[in-house]
Design a protein around this ligand. Structure first.
Ligand code: GLN
Length: 478
């Protein structure tokens, strides 16, 4: 498939030169969606009328003399981020018919920068999954091979960008949901430091892990989106006061020369697909050739990360999803005859299997008698995982690892939950430690499937991670 070209940077430049208006850009996109999305299924809804209105407003702002990197640029929004007046289903039957009464902070910031919220993209229900197959509505196909998954949970975002059905998109990442689909679809996906971007108005999965981030065709675009998204928010007490750097400026002249790049030995393990290993090794060689110093490091508690995540994330999810009970929010069963059966039936009918599994797991690990044994211990191990990283960052500037153990797998291929969870082996540790991490396209397998490489940075080294990814992108393309 031949994928079209608009990036944020090229679209903004064309609008600045008067070669295209935002309205024309949205029309162009709508035509691409109409032509391709029947095969890809990235969008849940593409509100052409609403997008055209917002685009016309952006064009008017430009005509009045305003300019900016996102002015008039359409952004596809993962279906768990609130945009006032648009649906927000989280790809769940539970929220069919729900209309957002307000903008998430990230939405408000995009709008202030003049971006156009153009369409809601598919995801795993409530962001639980690694393939987007857990959507209650449709299965999204990988644009590079329609028989394969786009990854998940931000699979709609990744597929839309990769197929040229979106200029760029927002995703969320709790344990890898931006980075793994970015790797599977051959795009850039950046998970910021926890606290860098507001979670206000973003449907919560696991509040101590969730972060919104950009999914784009280039690292430059990721930096441009980050500039609008990042910063303290009075509506989200977990956002950091840390000043927001100039992300785009940090990319200027970015170089790998003299950088110390750590290779954590726990991430180079048997069981990784040989095609992935080969591409990641080639990436390492390119970094070295560009003057980086590669240093083997150890993150000894890595092997516990998966277990810790599957205690902490479900625990938080079970609390966060309690609100979807047919009374406060969501689908209300028509078959109930008392309050207890109303709760039970509404949740039984409204929620999918994986979501129920997580709620049951989470409720179990938080229940009295088990709390200390599971949740309490998991929190302690999480601290050890965090410490491993801070020790490593005493020796190196960034870490380089694979993103996922395999390229995109076939739709329907992974049936048991455990093998699906294994996808997140290399992305979960940075999530538990709250670190900035990016997936950048590194190469393709013989079968033409994209594979990304991951760079992980120290807390609030978001600009440094982007700069490193930009430098890699340059040497990798040349
Ligand atoms: N795949 C992981 C999970 O199912 C991560 C999901 C995410 O980051 N939202 O929990």
């Amino acid at each position: 498939m031949d994928f079209p070209k608009w990036t944020i940077a090229t679209a903004a430049a064309a609008m600045r030169r008067g070669e295209i208006s935002s309205v024309e850009l949205v029309r162009d996109l709508a035509a691409t969606v109409a032509a391709r999305d029947g095969d890809i299924n990235a969008y849940l809804t593409f509100d052409e009328e609403g997008a055209l209105k917002a685009a016309a407003a952006a064009d008017a702002r430009r005509a009045a003399g305003e300019d900016g990197p996102l002015l008039g640029v359409p952004v596809a929004i993962k279906d768990l981020i609130n945009v006032a007046g648009q649906p927000c289903t989280c790809a769940s039957r539970m929220l069919v018919g729900y209309t957002s009464p307000y903008d998430a902070t990230v939405t408000a910031r995009l709008k202030a920068a003049g971006a156009v919220c153009a369409g809601r993209v598919n995801m795993d229900e409530f962001a639980m999954g690694s393939s987007t197959e857990n959507s209650a509505f449709k299965v999204t196909h990988n644009p590079h091979d329609l028989e394969r998954v786009p990854g998940g949970s931000s699979g709609g975002s990744a597929a839309a960008v990769a197929a040229g059905e979106a200029v760029c998109a927002l995703g969320t990442d709790t344990g890898g949901s931006i980075r793994q689909p970015a790797s599977f679809c051959g795009i850039v996906g950046f998970k910021p430091t926890y606290g860098r971007v507001s979670r206000y108005g973003v449907t919560a999965f696991a509040s101590s892990l969730d972060q919104v981030g950009p999914m784009t065709k280039t690292v430059e675009d990721a930096a441009l989106l980050m500039q609008a998204l990042a910063g303290e928010d009075p509506h989200d007490g977990t956002t950091a006061q840390e000043p927001v750097p100039d992300f785009a400026a940090a990319l200027q002249g970015a170089s790998l020369k003299g950088m110390r790049i750590g290779l954590p030995k726990e991430y180079f393990i048997d069981g990784t697909d040989p095609a992935v290993t080969e591409i990641v090794k080639a990436a390492i060689a390119k970094c070295e050739a560009a003057g980086a110093e590669m240093v083997e490091v150890s993150l000894p508690h890595t092997e516990y990360a998966m277990a810790v995540y599957y205690i902490v994330a479900p625990a938080e999810a079970s609390a966060n999803l309690a609100r979807f009970d047919g009374v406060r929010y969501g689908h209300r069963s028509a078959a109930a005859d008392d309050v207890m059966s109303l709760y039970c039936r509404s949740r039984a009918e409204g929620l999918g299997q994986e979501v129920k599994r997580r709620i049951i797991l989470g409720t179990y690990v938080l229940s009295s008698g088990y709390y200390d044994a599971y949740y309490g211990r998991a929190q302690k191990v999480r601290t050890l995982i965090r410490r491993d990283f801070s020790e490593a960052f005493g020796k190196v500037d960034v870490l380089l690892t694979p993103v996922a153990p395999t390229p995109a797998f076939k739709i329907g291929e992974l049936q048991d939950p455990l093998s699906m969870y294994l996808n997140d082996l290399f992305t979960i540790p940075a999530s538990l430690a709250g670190l900035p991490a990016i997936s950048v396209p590194a190469g393709k397998t013989a079968a033409g499937l994209p594979v990304g490489v991951q760079f992980i940075g120290a807390p609030f080294a978001d600009a440094g991670v982007l700069a490193c990814a930009r430098a890699f992108e340059v040497v990798n393309l040349s």
